[in-house]
Design a protein around this ligand. Structure first.
Ligand code: ZN
Length: 245
């Protein structure tokens, strides 16, 4: 977690769960009561209240929406999550934004001066759809300034393990040629490299972007990984962000 703004710990709270906290998503068919219990345990350990959480259904879109107080609690304790989006932004300091991942990238956004936070879920479709530019656009609508925006890229499936078919590789080559490499006859995509390229392309400065180098697929004991475990995959990590002041 050191890659997420240690300089701003008094202004913003962020967290990424691990396997140790169990499944924190309703999407895997695990008993919903257990998921809620896991969430309560995780959030209360951070001095956060599950009733303030907002999540969305994450259909691998590039839609990012502004969340206000009317949405508080959506998707927190049941599947009444916000529909049709993969990213959330808010200025409301009482709201906890939440995104679930198991290989996809959790992308955190923070403007420390204008007090705007955001969180997005980006799998390969979201990256191809440039969801980070939507995340930045929506944050700007809330008063954020692109030159002040900080972005943190959480643990995800890195290029070591992210093997794709030729048609998917072609989508990435169109965006950034250097994002695809060939190893032992297989095509590997570097999602993080593309996200960096897209973020700097919309004006986020390089020094304001930080990233985890952890690979969810490599770190079997620490993270859930859909690509690694396929049908055996038993859960998702939950990422959260909340303004403190
Ligand atoms: Zn790996």
């Amino acid at each position: 977690m050191e890659f997420i703004w240690p300089e701003d710990v008094d202004k913003v709270q962020t967290y990424i769960s691990t396997k140790e906290e169990g499944d924190l998503s309703f999407k895997w068919g695990n008993d919903e009561k257990v998921v809620v219990e896991n969430r309560i345990k995780c959030l209360s350990g951070l001095a956060l209240n599950i009733n303030d959480l907002v999540t969305c259904n994450q259909p691998h879109s590039n839609n990012v929406i502004i969340v206000g107080s009317e949405s508080v609690g959506r998707g927190a304790k049941q599947k009444d999550w916000l529909i049709g989006c993969d990213g959330l932004v808010t200025k409301d300091k009482d709201i906890i934004l939440g995104i679930e991942t198991a290989d996809c990238i959790p992308i955190f956004l923070f403007d420390p001066i204008n007090k705007v936070v955001g969180l997005a879920h980006a799998g390969w479709r979201g990256v191809v759809g440039n969801i980070v530019s939507e995340l930045i656009d929506q944050a700007i609508k809330l008063g954020a300034q692109v030159d002040l925006i900080k972005v943190a890229i959480g643990p995800h499936i890195q290029s070591c393990c992210f093997k794709v078919q030729g048609n998917v590789a072609d989508e990435f080559k169109k965006i950034l040629d250097g994002s695809v490499s060939e190893k032992e006859g297989r095509l590997h995509v570097d999602l993080q490299k593309v996200v960096f390229y897209q973020l700097t392309g919309v004006g986020v400065s390089v020094e304001n972007i930080s990233a985890s180098n952890e690979c969810t697929s490599c770190l079997k004991d620490k993270y859930y990984s859909f690509r690694r475990d396929k049908d055996e995959c038993a859960g998702s990590m939950l990422s959260v962000i909340k303004l403190k002041l």
